[in-house]
Design a protein around this ligand. Sequence first.
Ligand code: ADP
Length: 411
Amino acid sequence: MAKESNVSQIDKNKQKQMQAEQERIRHKVKRIKHKILILSGKGGVGKSTVAVNLAVSLALSGKNVGLLDIDIHGPSVPKILNLEGKPVQVLGDTILPIEMLENLKVMSIGFLLRGSDDAVIWRGPMKYQMIKQFLKDVDWGDLDFLIVDSPPGTGDEPLSIVQLLENADGAIVVTTPQEVALSDVRKCITFCRNLRLPVLGVLENMSGFVCPKCGEKTDVFKSGGGEQMAGQMGVRFLGRIPIDPQVVEACDSGKPFVRHYNQNRTAKAFKKVSDAILQLDNNTKRLAKRQSLQKGDKKMRIAIPVFEGKLSQHFGHCDAFAIVDTDDDASQIVKREDLIPPPHEPGVLPSWLHGEGVNVIIAGGMGQRAQQLFARNDIKVVIGATTGSPEELVSAYLGGTLETGDNICDH
Ligand code: ADP
């Protein structure tokens, strides 16, 4: 009996400790705005090279970035950044990451392994504990982006980090153009889908060789397979990075490629990817703003379907929506932006506009069904506006002088 109660006490203590650890991770992860995994179906496709260059590129854009290398069987981040053998400092229960730049912190399993053979004996639960420690104990501070270099494939490490992060933004999947790499990438995308981890896009690395002397491009492994596969799998294609001898030279000598060769064509290809990732941050800012708009009592966010700059009578088939924000008292316009709607499908526009924080629509005409859907999404619809620019219509609406006629497009 006494033995049994001892066991249950041990279980309870264990549970308490796990909850405390989970809380500590949550607290740390909350301070990281965007968490992005770099994955690949197989090794050697340039996943670590992409992870490092993406992290450096984001840092050079002024963002606070963390780079975490959990590739236990081949941690290459220390080598690529010339940080091999750097001692990691531990203060109490806090591990200090290495500051590569003022705004780029790096942590790698490579800093903790004594030799490359150390990793061979690591089993699933040990890997989980180690990854947990990287989130729980490393002093990441406030980050805009955490880039995680995961081992190739769909094993314990990506699974553990996705579970521990709880709400990662998604994964960038790196591939080379050959079919053998592409079939592994398909598995990788399916793995993300099973984990409900968004795929931010596919990046085709080693996509053609550009001769440094004559500039002629040769498709060594053929090119374009990544884009085709991304289309088939319904994920975004982020671009192509060519094979470039300077990438190898930079990686081998520990100089971050995008920093040292920033005018090079390949560096520009990397920059394009990092610009796409920076968009995530802009979208988050927009979302925060939208949420604050929705909370405000009077502020309005008004959508108007436009065609050639004026009110479009064809609500579901307009060029764009002008989204007009008012000030706190809804007395004047403070901003207008134009957004391209998603492809037309029944029921898409109400939820999309709701997601964009819109609370009023000014339209020419609209079907009954659409009106019901907008009402369900808490969006007020003003129907029967005749013509005018978005600013003219909103000013008239705010001033109570908007003229409305019949619902002229009620099909
Ligand atoms: P992975 O992480 O997928 O195993 P790495 O990033 O370690 O792959 O890259 C494998 C090798 O390929 C490295 O020597 C690296 O320098 C080289 N490499 C990666 N991308 C390119 C590229 N675009 N052009 C030339 N060499 C590259």
